[in-house]
Write a protein that binds this ligand. Structure first.
Ligand code: URA
Length: 439
C-alpha cells in the first residue's frame, strides 16, 4: 500500500480497516515515513474524524508498537489502576491521588507527562524534588509499584513509541484537537502500561482543553467505549476547570501544597473534592469497593491517618528523593527571589477567572515552556490564590506572584489582575464535579 493512498482514503472520509490502521502505525515507527505524510493524515482525521472501530484499531496498534507491561508475574498486592487528567492549571491531583490510592490497596504505575500549552505537567512538578529519579529502569519501576503501591515516573521510549512520535507531530501541526486521536493517544499508553482500570479526570472550562461540557462528554464517552473494546475498564469524571485547582499554580509551589495536603495541614476544598472523588472511582472501577460511601470512608481514613503521607514519603525515597522531604520540604524546594501580592482594587466578590490567562502568566514567569525542550524555572508561580466566591476588601491580596525579578513580577501582575473579575454580588455556587460517566 502507498502512504499517499491511505491519506487520500481518510481525506475522502472513507472508513479505514484494521490493516490500513496497522499500516499507518507501522509508518509512525518507521523514520523513513516523513512527518509531512503523518501530519497530513492527522489533519484528515481532524477534519473527517474516525469511527469507534477505527479509534479502537488505532488505540490497540499504538499500544502494541512497543513494550507491553505485564504485572501478572509480579504478584502485586492489588489491582493495577491509574488516573489520567486532560490537563489544567494548578492540577496537583496526581501527587495526592497516587499515594492515597496505594494506601487503600491499589497499585498505581503512573506514567505522566510534561506541561502542554498553558497547562502544567506532573513530571515538571515532581522534578522540583531533588534527587527524584523520573526515568528509573523498568525493574526499579516495577519494584516500587510492588513494594510501595505507587510510582510516578516519565514516559519511557519503550512504551507506545508510535504515540510518542505521533503526538510530537500533532503538537506542532494544530492536530491535537481530535477526539479519536486524543482517545487513542491516552489509551494506548495506559494499555501498554498494563492497567486493569483507568479513571479519567476530564477537565472542562476556560482553563481546560475541553471548553464545553458537550465536548467533555463526547471525549469521556469515546474513551470509555474504546477502553471497553480493549478490555480496559474506564470511569470518567468531568471536573470544573474555570479557576486554578487549589491555592497554588507553579511547579515547586504545587509540590508544597501537596505536602501540606498529605500532612493534613491544609486541604483546599475544591482540590479535596476532586481528589477524593477520583480515588473513590478508582476503587469502584477496579472492584476493591462496591459502594461509594464505604469507598469514601476508606479514602478519608487514608488521608487523616497519615497512611497516604507515608506512601508518598516511601515513593520519594524509593526513587532517590530525600528521606526527610515531607518534614523539610520548604528547605529542599527551589524558592523565587521576589514575591509580590496582587492587590484587589475595590470591595466586592471574586466572580470569575480567565484560567488560561493564569496558565499563560506562569509561562511568562518561566514556569512553563514557550518552546519544546526549554528548561523551566521551578520556583516561580502563584500562591495564596483565592477561589471564586471569595468576599474581597480593597487592598486584600488576590494571590501572591513568585518571580525571579521585580520587572517580571510587575508585568505578570497586570495580566493576573486582568484575568480576575470582581463583581458586586456573590456569584452563584458552582459544582466542582460536573458529571460521572461509566460504561
Ligand atoms: N494527552 C495525551 O496524552 N494525548 C493527547 O492527544 C492529548 C492529551
Amino acid at each position: 500500500m502507498l502512504f499517499t493512498e491511505l491519506i487520500r482514503k481518510k481525506r475522502d472520509a472513507k472508513e479505514l480497516n484494521e490493516a490500513d490502521i496497522q499500516f499507518f502505525v507501522d509508518g509512525l515507527v518507521n523514520p523513513d515515513v516523513p512527518a509531512e505524510q503523518i501530519s497530513s493524515f492527522a489533519m484528515a482525521v481532524v477534519l473527517n474524524s474516525m469511527t469507534f472501530a477505527e479509534t479502537a484499531f488505532l488505540t490497540r496498534a499504538m499500544a502494541r508498537s512497543g513494550e507491553m507491561l505485564n504485572w501478572e508475574d509480579q504478584q502485586l498486592p492489588g489491582p493495577v489502576v491509574d488516573k489520567h487528567s486532560t490537563g489544567g492549571v494548578g492540577d496537583k491531583v496526581s501527587f495526592l491521588l497516587a499515594p492515597i490510592a496505594a494506601a487503600v490497596g491499589c497499585c498505581v504505575p503512573m506514567i505522566s507527562g510534561r506541561g502542554l500549552g498553558h497547562s502544567g505537567g506532573t513530571l515538571d512538578k515532581i522534578s522540583a524534588i531533588p534527587g527524584y529519579e523520573m526515568f528509573p529502569d523498568l525493574p526499579l519501576f516495577r519494584k516500587v509499584v510492588k513494594e510501595v503501591g505507587c510510582a510516578i515516573i516519565g514516559q519511557t521510549s519503550s512504551l507506545a513509541p508510535a504515540d510518542r512520535r505521533f503526538y510530537a507531530i500533532r503538537d506542532i501541526t494544530a492536530t491535537v484537537e481530535s477526539i479519536p486521536l486524543i482517545t487513542a493517544s491516552i489509551l494506548s499508553k495506559k494499555i501498554a502500561a498494563g492497567n486493569d482500570a483507568l479513571v479519567m479526570d476530564i477537565k472542562c472550562g476556560n482553563g481546560a482543553f475541553m471548553g464545553s461540557l458537550k465536548d467533555a462528554q463526547k471525549l469521556s464517552r469515546s474513551i470509555i467505549a474504546t477502553g471497553a473494546q480493549s478490555g480496559l475498564k474506564v470511569h470518567a469524571l468531568i471536573t470544573d476547570m474555570n479557576e486554578v485547582l487549589g491555592n497554588t499554580a507553579g511547579n515547586a509551589l504545587e509540590i508544597q501544597e501537596s505536602v501540606d495536603f498529605l500532612s493534613n495541614t491544609h486541604r483546599d476544598v475544591r482540590l479535596d473534592e476532586v481528589v477524593v472523588a477520583l480515588v473513590v472511582e478508582m476503587l469502584l472501577a477496579c472492584g476493591l469497593s462496591f459502594d461509594a460511601i464505604e469507598a469514601r470512608q476508606k479514602v478519608e481514613a487514608a488521608i487523616v491517618s497519615g497512611a497516604a503521607h507515608e506512601k508518598f514519603a516511601q515513593m520519594l525515597v524509593a526513587l532517590g528523593g530525600p528521606a526527610d522531604f515531607m518534614e523539610r520540604s520548604a528547605s529542599y524546594l527551589p524558592k523565587a527571589n521576589v514575591s509580590l501580592p496582587v492587590p484587589c482594587d475595590r470591595d466586592g466578590w471574586l466572580s470569575g477567572v480567565d484560567t488560561r490567562a493564569v496558565g499563560n502568566a506562569i509561562i511568562e514567569l518561566g514556569g512553563g515552556r514557550k518552546q519544546l525542550n526549554e528548561s523551566l524555572d521551578l520556583s516561580v508561580g502563584l500562591s495564596g490564590v483565592l477561589p471564586i466566591g471569595s468576599p474581597l476588601t480593597k487592598g486584600q491580596a488576590l494571590c501572591v506572584i513568585h518571580a525571579q525579578n521585580t520587572a517580571t513580577a510587575e508585568s505578570v501582575r497586570t495580566n493576573i489582575r486582568r484575568a480576575i473579575s470582581i463583581g458586586d454580588k456573590a456569584p452563584a455556587n458552582r459544582a466542582t464535579i460536573l458529571e460521572r460517566l461509566t460504561e
